[in-house]
Design a protein around this ligand. Structure first.
Ligand SMILES: [Mn+2]
Length: 273
């Protein structure tokens, strides 16, 4: 396939549970008048089922195409037993580096809401990312892979693949599970020393941190451009207008958290429609 647009937003989809998130992401990029297409990267083994589900949800169109790459199967060393399998599919995300049909990729998680145009991030160098959560936990200095600028090339892809095992041992010995993010970190160990690669936190702000960020940096809520709904349970996980979500909205209302209320309602509407 030929692409007119060599700079694209990309989100990785390995599971149909995340389709409402992809829908909200795509619509929010459109609302802020992004000039670039959104590409959905899926593993070969899921191609047929995800294509039909994306079509049924009217997500695929001229400006939103699916790109298929081979699965990333990783054998876990015998001595490593991770308790939680929640992260298992995430190594496929590393395939972003193999998408040489594009010049530059702005990798976005499918649990994000874009509230301002972020096309200017395509000017940022390869491996630019946010130390997300830093405003709430200042000791945290590592990159979050929810939003990353990537210049795809096979050399980087191979480096990432070679970093999986060392990252596994490191995380296992520290007593944690492993995700794609740990591999991105492992492949660029002194990333935290490269200030030129660190984007402001308003480009990847955890929903739970919006108020902390605004207070700490003296910015306005409207300056936050990307809101990240981290965690295993997404607002749309069990349907959009659930009792739980309505309760959450009422609680924001009661506590005068009108920004959080507006964001959550907007996100749920975009995911549901
Ligand atoms: Mn995420």
């Amino acid at each position: 396939m030929k692409y007119n647009d060599k700079r694209v937003f990309m989100t990785v989809l390995t599971n149909d549970k995340y389709i409402p998130g992809v829908k909200a992401l795509k619509r929010s990029l459109k609302l802020v008048r992004s000039k670039h297409d959104l590409v959905i990267l899926v593993p070969q083994s899921m191609e047929i089922s995800l294509r039909s589900k994306l079509k049924r949800n009217r997500i695929l169109d001229k400006h939103c195409k699916m790109v298929v790459k081979k699965d990333v199967i990783v054998e876990y060393p015998k001595e490593i037993h991770f308790k939680d399998h929640y992260w298992f599919n995430t190594f496929f995300k590393l395939s972003v580096a193999s998408c040489e049909e594009f010049d530059k990729i702005l990798l976005l998680d499918s649990d994000m809401l874009i509230t301002n145009n972020i096309d200017h991030l395509f000017e940022k160098p390869d491996y630019s990312a946010v130390v997300a959560g830093h405003c709430a936990v200042p000791e945290w200095v590592k990159l979050n892979s929810g939003l990353m600028v990537i210049e795809p090339r096979i050399k980087l892809y191979n480096t990432l693949m070679d970093s999986i095992k060392p990252a596994m041992y490191r995380r296992f010995n520290e007593g944690y599970n492993i995700g794609d993010q740990d591999v991105f970190q492992e492949a660029y160990k002194d990333w935290e020393k490269h200030e030129e690669l660190q984007l402001p936190e308003r480009y990847n702000c955890f929903f739970s941190d919006v108020r902390v960020l605004v207070n700490k940096e003296g910015i306005n809520f409207k300056d936050i451009s990307v809101i990240h709904f981290i965690g295993e349970n997404k607002p749309w996980s069990n349907g959009c207008f659930t009792k739980k979500n309505i309760r959450q909205c009422l609680s924001f209302l009661r506590h005068g958290k009108f920004y959080e209320l507006k964001i959550l309602v907007k996100y749920l509407l975009l995911a549901a429609m």
